[in-house]
Design a binder for this molecule. Structure first.
Ligand code: AMP
Ligand code: MG
Length: 350
């Protein structure tokens, strides 16, 4: 299949540029499109066959459900049974990087929800995404537009790497402003459980709900036989080909000095070792496969760069990667969660 690349010109009206993509979606085809979180691989959420094509293009297990994207929060009424928690979230954070799990209505096929009676709903903020959904006239089911298991794409170039010749079109609307997938929440009693941390932080949710529960799988390996609440959280994810080790702060002090010592030793033994570290280490930690992902306290920048860096390692000869972790406050929790997954929970406390 020939994949058409559509480069958006933000000086020109968006509607016209998205006409052919909207038509592809309406007719059961697949189009990758930019959102503020990561690029999505979109098909009509009302079309069971389109969902099957999405699973096949990604190589994704079909028990891992898709998120449906709507252009206005109130449109959720057509596809699922909403509740107070949904509207509290919608009023505070939509359009934006948050997904809510709700009981589905019959119009959403089970192939979209991986056989579940619930559906994940999100209203993205990105103007290209919203215009595309509006023009398509159907909700768009879209997981991240990467091959299953690889880091999510935050640029059209990443999508081309994984999806060229597998889908009808890729819309290039520039880099994703957040760079990590949406926060996923499931309403419970008068509050929500966070199933996946993202750009809408736990601290932000606490301002609306008071108390907020975190799914244990966010920071711990699921060792039990119990299925996680978000089926996708059980899969190895975000992983480059090389083995990843995450350096964690033991809390005993002098983390940066110890991290610089540890990384210097590893690089002396193996100059091709991969490293992800803070900009502050730049003078001391150098090497062919060393990447800096922002100043230590700049979690917004870490989020934006992480997946590009993880993908970059697959083009190097690094056989092992050492990474310094973000702290777990604010967006830091989402970055920490993705880094834990990329490392397959291989951690080293120093
Ligand atoms: P992605 O589309 O790649 O961002 O992944 C979607 C995530 O949403 C996966 O972790 C799914 O397991 C999760 N998800 C989608 N639908 C549901 C649902 N109905 N219940 C729980 N988790 C869901
Ligand atoms: Mg994904």
């Amino acid at each position: 299949m020939k994949t058409e690349i559509i480069k958006i010109d933000f000086e020109k009206p968006l509607g016209e540029q998205l006409c052919s993509s909207a038509e592809i979606i309406r007719n059961g085809g697949l189009v990758a499109f930019p959102t503020e979180t990561v690029y999505g691989l979109g098909g009509s959420a009302l079309d069971a066959d389109a969902a099957k094509k999405i699973y096949s293009a990604k190589g994704r297990p079909s028990d891992n459900p898709l998120i449906i994207h709507i252009s206005e929060p109130k449109n959720a009424e057509k596809y699922c049974f909403t509740n107070d928690a949904y509207y509290k979230i919608a009023n505070a954070f939509m359009p934006g990087p948050i997904t809510v799990i709700l009981p589905k209505k019959d119009i959403i096929p089970y192939s979209v929800t991986g056989g579940l009676d619930t559906v994940a709903v999100r209203c993205p903020e990105n103007i290209v995404a919203r215009t595309l959904i509006e023009k398509a006239g159907v909700p768009i089911a879209a997981p991240s537009a990467n091959t299953s298991g690889r880091p999510s794409p935050t640029t059209a170039r990443h999508v081309i790497e994984d999806m060229d010749s597998k889908i009808d079109a890729i819309i290039d609307g520039g880099g994703s402003s957040i760079g990590l997938e949406s926060t996923i929440v499931m309403p419970k009693d008068d509050s929500v459980i966070v199933l996946r941390p993202g750009g809408i932080t736990v601290e932000m949710l606490k301002k609306i709900f008071g108390k907020v529960e975190l799914d244990a799988g966010i920071t711990k390996k699921n060792e039990s036989d119990k299925a996680p609440l978000a089926p996708g959280m059980k899969y190895r994810h975000y992983a480059p080909h090389a083995e990843v080790f995450l350096l964690l702060d033991s809390g005993k002090g002098e983390f940066d000095e110890k991290a610089v010592g540890f990384l210097s030793e590893k690089l002396a033994a193996d100059p091709s070792a991969g490293v992800i570290c803070f900009d502050e280490y730049m003078d001391k930690i150098k090497g062919e496969n060393v990447f800096y992902f922002g100043k230590k306290d700049d979690d917004v920048e870490h989020a934006r760069r992480l997946f590009d860096i993880l993908r970059g390692f697959d083009k190097t000869n690094a056989k092992v990667i050492y990474a310094t972790a973000s702290d777990t406050k604010g967006v830091g929790l989402a970055i920490f969660n993705r880094m834990l997954k990329a490392s397959g929970f291989n951690t080293i406390e120093i």
